[in-house]
Design a protein around this ligand. Structure first.
Ligand code: SAH
Length: 450
């Protein structure tokens, strides 16, 4: 076992799923933040376990040509970005490598080719911001939490966020201070404003600002709206989201419009989408289009095909694919998203798409019972992946192809192994980087029936 606080030499030979460097020191795996493959250090052990330890770089002995100077003053303390210390070339290499290794290790399959589609823009790409609000040294502040804590770091600008989000955050902080509006204290469960949630529509430029509040109303709501209207160009909607629950869940269920529209609208893959506050929408517009184009290519639909899109959100993939298919069916758990999806079909004049609000597994089982036999099934589940019964039901439907869009390669690989047992073999994989500077990456795998 390594000794806490002791210094050791270390060389980085791999990365963890969340982007830390891995070195092997005296037979023990040491995880080191801000590290780069091939670099050699003197490290200090900050936590020593039996087989694993956490280390901190004390001195860089051999420096990678991919090391860069951090362009964000908060990068070292903020938990938002994982890769501000390395260039985008190395980030893309490590992401593709991680997907390949995980598919091999947990899925038992190594794709022949694994293209990673990198982003053209690695800054300001997020269309959704969620800033926690807290009192810091007696003043209302909004920013981000320090990595792995709930300690708020006030920031004046985030490089991943766009200009409207940074402006909205500033305007709300001014409102809180000017009118002495109380800020939520998560330990005492007192005070009002918990989070500032900003969503921007890239193409239309429409902006939604939502204050998540431990209560049903705010003092001086009119003044808040006025301050936002003066500071945020494109503002279309100001909402109050009620979240009176204890704990870490951010979004409430109830929303009240304080000013403007109840939802905003964006254009994606040439289609118009209504976005209400609770609906899922990919945070990187440019790369979401790349992702959906790749998914459509792998789905390879003909005008005779029926496509089932499980976990469809506001129907973005469903409607994109409906244009190439005879019929498209979307299934999603969040009611507001399905309402958006139905409106989105109407708005785009798409008549061959229908939507159900249900759990994906239950809906698939019902459709199977009703005799629905989709030619292609698309799934885009949350990080936990597919429940075993969903894999089973899809296989029973007997589609010629399954296109699996995944935000977590470990659960994707696990589900590939389950599909294989049921006669579906993975054929092609691609990665799309929707989250530059962060450890997440999206992958798509096409499975076909043997
Ligand atoms: N394909 C969409 C949404 C993907 S995100 C897009 O690209 O925009 C995953 C979606 O799965 C979310 O909208 C979430 O609400 C939904 N979801 C989560 N659990 C679900 C379940 N058990 N059944 C159906 N949908 C679910």
């Amino acid at each position: 076992m390594l000794t806490t606080s002791a210094i050791y030499p270390a060389e980085i030979t791999d990365y963890t799923a969340d982007g830390m460097g891995i070195a092997h020191v005296e037979g023990c795996a040491v995880f080191i933040p801000n590290a780069i493959f091939g670099e050699q250090y003197r490290i200090r052990i900050v936590h020593a376990g039996k087989n694993k330890a956490i280390g901190k770089i004390e001195e860089i002995l051999v420096r990678s040509p991919h090391r860069i100077i951090r362009d964000c003053p908060w990068a070292k303390v903020c938990g938002g970005c994982d890769f501000r210390h390395m260039d985008y070339v190395e980030e893309q290499r490590l992401k593709a490598q991680r997907v390949r290794d995980t598919l091999t290790r947990l899925g038992g399959w190594t794709p022949e080719k694994l293209p990673l589609h990198g982003a053209e823009s690695t800054q300001g790409y997020r269309n959704k911001a969620l800033f926690p609000v807290a009192m810091v040294h007696g003043k209302a502040e909004a920013g981000f939490f320090r990595a792995r804590t709930h300690t708020l770091i006030p920031i004046s600008e985030c490089l991943l966020q766009n200009d409207p989000a940074n402006r909205a955050r500033q305007a709300v902080v001014e409102y809180l201070r000017q009118y002495r509006v109380s800020v939520y204290d998560e330990v005492a469960h007192t005070g009002l404003v918990r989070h500032i949630y900003v969503r921007t529509a890239e193409v239309t430029g429409e902006v939604m600002v939502c204050l998540i509040v431990n209560g049903k109303k705010l003092p001086r709501e009119k003044e808040l709206c006025q301050m936002l209207r003066e500071s945020v160009p494109g503002l279309k909607s100001v909402l109050l989201g009620v979240n009176e629950k204890k704990g870490n869940s951010v979004m409430g269920d109830e929303f009240r419009t304080l000013w403007g529209a109840d939802a905003i609208e964006d254009v994606l893959c040439g289609l118009r989408f209504r976005l209400s506050p609770r609906s899922f929408y990919q945070v990187n517009h440019a790369q979401a289009q790349v992702l959906y184009e790749k998914a459509a290519r792998l789905a390879a639909l003909t005008s005779e095909d029926t496509v089932l899109d499980l976990y469809c959100g506001t129907g973005t993939i469903t409607l994109h694919l409906a244009r190439q298919a005879k019929e498209a069916i979307g299934v999603e758990l969040v009611e507001a998203a399905i309402e958006d999806a139905k409106k989105n079909a109407l708005r785009n004049g798409i008549e061959n798409a229908r939507f159900f609000c249900a759990d994906a597994g239950q809906a698939a089982a019902r459709l199977l019972d009703e005799g629905v036999r989709p030619d292609v099934v698309v799934v885009d589940p949350p990080r936990k992946g597919l429940a075993p019964d969903v894999v089973q039901t899809i296989a029973q439907m007997g589609p010629k192809r399954v296109v699996y869009v995944s935000c977590d390669v470990a659960t994707l690989a696990r589900d590939i192994a389950r599909f294989r047992e049921l006669g579906y073999a993975p054929k092609e994989a691609e990665c799309v980087d929707l989250f530059p500077r962060c450890a997440h990456v999206e992958s798509i795998v096409c499975l076909t029936h043997d």
